[in-house]
Design a protein. Structure first.
Length: 168
């Protein structure tokens, strides 16, 4: 006798995942790559600014206004050169294989959700520019970062750009 209250006994096949066989990057590796990218920008762009401001401030404290202004001008020039060098390196790496400098060092890269290579325009516009615009929303940055703890390990900017971060 069959139980009329038993759940149905149907065999259902799983839908094939188009990204099967892709190893997602660990959350800690993604964090490390992000911190490394931030450190690189800091050293190449912000360090010259702070050093120039410190030197310029010291010169002004000693009574030399011209030296202070010159120090800040040199600091701004060095920061612009550093920014240009960082931008060139980052675009070169992203264009070559979907990796920022930090991602390259950590052995991870970005791909489309179907496993195909990610385009430079997708990374720049959808992962970065749209994400920066959304950052004006209070708490967005924290919520974006917390999405990494989902099963798919994708932040909001990954969903916007239809990208995955995988082991290279």
């Amino acid at each position: 006798m069959t139980n009329p209250y038993a759940p149905p006994q149907a065999v259902v096949l799983d839908v094939a995942d188009p990204a099967a066989g892709i190893l997602l990057a660990d959350r800690s590796t993604r964090l490390g790559a992000s911190l490394l990218d931030g450190l690189i920008v800091g050293v190449m762009v912000y360090l010259p600014l702070f050093a120039g401001a410190f030197i310029g401030g010291s010169a002004q404290a000693q009574g030399s206004d011209d030296a202070g202004n010159t120090g800040m001008g040199i600091a701004l020039a060095l920061a612009l050169v550093g920014f240009a060098a960082w931008l060139w390196l980052t675009i070169k790496c992203l264009k070559a294989d979907g990796q920022s400098i930090g991602k390259k060092a950590c052995g991870i890269k970005m791909v489309r959700s179907d496993g195909s290579p990610v385009s430079l325009s997708r990374v720049i516009w959808l992962r970065n520019v749209v994400n920066m615009i959304l950052a004006v929303v209070p708490m967005y940055g924290i919520i974006d970062a917390l999405f990494i703890f989902g099963e798919s390990r994708r932040c909001i900017h990954d969903h916007l750009a239809d990208t995955l971060v995988i082991k290279a």
